[in-house]
Design a protein around this ligand. Structure first.
Ligand code: ARG
Length: 568
């Protein structure tokens, strides 16, 4: 339903219900109202056939009776057309109710109260240590951050969790690789890049000498049993990795409430495995311990491998139980690529089978795969675009544009950073999350058309108009609104509806697309309706529109994790 017409519809239903006080409540009437797609049919319409049975009169008679008899100054016109009562909202009413209401919401515009008193956890980004951050991680990082903000905006208490991939046999391999081919100096000098190099070397060498794999497994078992020497090196690698990840998080303005990764659950898994066993769910299969899920059309969930070690799923089950206990969440969301959907479905089911009634509070939010220039992403194929390179490139391109167009601009660096990062984020968040993305440098760095910079630019434009305008007056009700003004008001009035849709669908692109609608409408309005040169009455309304536009774009940008800038 259009918020534009919400108050109007409410008032109209009350009026109509008063005519038929005995038979129909205002709520019943409100349920019957429709919003004609074509504005020639009114802003709100009552299909009178819905009343004809109760009133034992024909729809045509009901409609014309109402059109003639109803006193309703909020409408500029009320017409009966073939059994429909069509009502047109008066401009004065749009200004004093809708526009004024939006102005009064101020910087809280669009906020919801759905989540007040509720708690959610969101597990996102969660990269694996000892690997550099590449565009494969952009989806979970950007989408997760935006979903977290949308929930916060809806009143939820949110805990962002970075479930770092910092445990598993691969860190046994890394330990072996470091011992054989690594050096402290090189790791200190090159950081994660060097860890990646020795890790890749492990694979090449293990092809020739498979006994390396046994060595790696043994090393990881030692780590699981608390070997201090190996753990000290592992901690060091973890720290180096986190430091590099933090650089990107800082650039994006992201922080997590918890960085407890997979290793955090090392000493908590025994009890959980025992619990699964005690509940009669654990079955032995080829030496491994599994929970069969045939009844749910899924392959079994492996809990312990045949060598007795735990796996990804064991840690996730343990983490879910821990989070429930620690945060008492109403919802726990996991953002990863769609390739992991089965893993989540499996371990959610195990939680349910363990007898926990909150299985359905666990939600996997998948997103599509990313390829580069049509090719599958693979670190080993060397086509994994690093996030630091991507953002650096975006920032330096914006810097060059500013240098050229506006060399005297203050805060060049800050603006270049905000706009460069924004371009990349908006590009990621403007298509539905489940769609596969083929990463193309030129698209991610495009600043024209439907892009992040275009939205930031429109925001800056509203700021500069408002700055020039100075003190704002109350919007005058004695004005006939033009089509662009009406379009603008009705677009702005849809913001909170869009926020709710984004929340329900876990879909940041709903916000990005809406922002483009707002910017297009605003730029049309700005082009067709002079603001500062207008009469006082027009000016009061147009500036109010500008002000609400600024607040809506400002909040919308925040919701998708972008920064705003008052000058570009
Ligand atoms: N580290 C994993 C990866 O890079 C993502 C972890 C997602 N979170 C979770 N609780 N499983 O694919």
């Amino acid at each position: 339903m259009q918020k534009f017409a919400t108050l109007f519809s409410k008032a109209l239903s009350e009026k109509i219900s008063a005519v038929y006080s005995v038979e129909l409540s205002p709520e019943e009437i409100a349920d019957m109202l429709e919003y004609p797609p074509d504005s020639k049919m009114g802003d709100v319409a009552l299909p009178c056939f819905k009343l004809s049975r109760t009133l034992r009169t024909s729809p045509v008679q009901i409609a014309s009776g109402l059109a003639d008899g109803l006193e309703f100054p909020e409408a500029s016109r009320i017409e009966a057309v073939s059994g429909y009562l069509n009502a047109f909202i008066s401009d004065g009413y749009v200004i004093t109710s809708t526009l004024k209401g939006l102005v009064d919401e101020g910087e809280n515009i669009g906020r919801l109260t759905d989540g007040v008193g509720k708690t959610m956890c969101i597990d996102y980004s969660s990269p694996n240590m000892a690997k550099r951050f590449h565009i494969g991680h952009l989806g979970t990082t950007a989408i997760g951050n935006s979903i977290k903000r949308i929930y916060e905006f809806a009143g939820y208490k949110c805990y962002g969790i970075n479930h770092l991939g910092d445990w598993g046999t691969q860190y046994g391999r890394l330990a072996v690789a470091y011992e054989r081919w690594g050096s402290r100096e090189e790791v200190e000098r090159l950081g994660v890049k060097e860890l990646e190099r020795i890790y890749q070397k492990f694979y090449i060498e293990a092809e020739k000498d498979p006994s390396l794999n046994d060595e790696a497994r043994a090393a990881f078992t030692k780590m699981e049993n608390g070997d201090e020497e190996l753990l000290a090196i592992w901690r060091w690698f973890r720290e180096i990795s986190l430091k590099e990840f933090m650089a990107t998080y800082n650039l994006l303005g992201i922080d997590f409430e918890s960085y407890s990764g997979e290793s955090f659950y090392n000493d908590k898994m025994d009890a959980v495995v025992r619990e699964i066993d005690e509940k009669g769910l654990l079955v032995e299969s080829d030496g491994a311990k599994i929970v069969p899920l045939d009844d749910y059309n899924m392959p079994p969930c492996i809990i312990l491998k045949s060598d007795g070690s735990t796996i990804y799923a064991t840690r996730d089950i343990t983490a879910a139980l821990y989070r429930k206990k620690t945060y008492n969440f109403d919802k726990c969301i996991y953002v990863t690529d769609a390739g992991q959907s089965l893993h989540f479905a499996q371990f959610f089911k195990v939680i349910g089978l363990m007898g926990y009634d909150w299985e359905d509070q666990l939600v996997h939010v998948p997103y599509g795969k990313i390829s580069v220039g049509g090719q599958k992403l693979a670190t080993r194929a060397g086509n994994a675009v690093l996030l630091t390179d991507l953002f650096d490139e975006a920032i330096s391109r914006v810097r060059a544009v500013i240098e050229e167009k506006n060399p005297d601009c203050e805060n060049k660096e800050e603006i270049a950073r905000k706009v460069g990062v924004g371009a990349v984020l908006f590009n990621q968040l403007s298509t539905g999350r489940i769609k596969d993305i083929n990463f193309i440098w030129e698209d991610a760095l495009n600043f024209d058309g439907n892009t992040g910079p275009y939205v930031q630019y429109t925001y800056a434009r509203t700021c500069s108009i408002l700055e020039k305008a100075g003190e704002l007056a109350e919007p005058s009700a004695d004005l006939e609104l033009c089509a662009d003004e009406k379009e603008m008001i009705s677009t702005l009035a849809r913001f909170s509806e869009r926020v709710r849709q984004a929340l329900e669908e876990h879909e940041p692109s709903v916000i990005s697309r809406y922002l483009l609608d707002v910017c297009h409408a605003f730029n049309r309005f700005y082009h067709n309706c002079p603001i500062l040169r207008a009469s006082d009455e027009e000016k009061s309304v147009r500036l109010a529109i500008c002000q609400v536009t600024r607040n809506v774009i400002g909040n919308g940008l925040w919701l998708i994790g972008m920064e705003k800038t008052e000058k570009i």
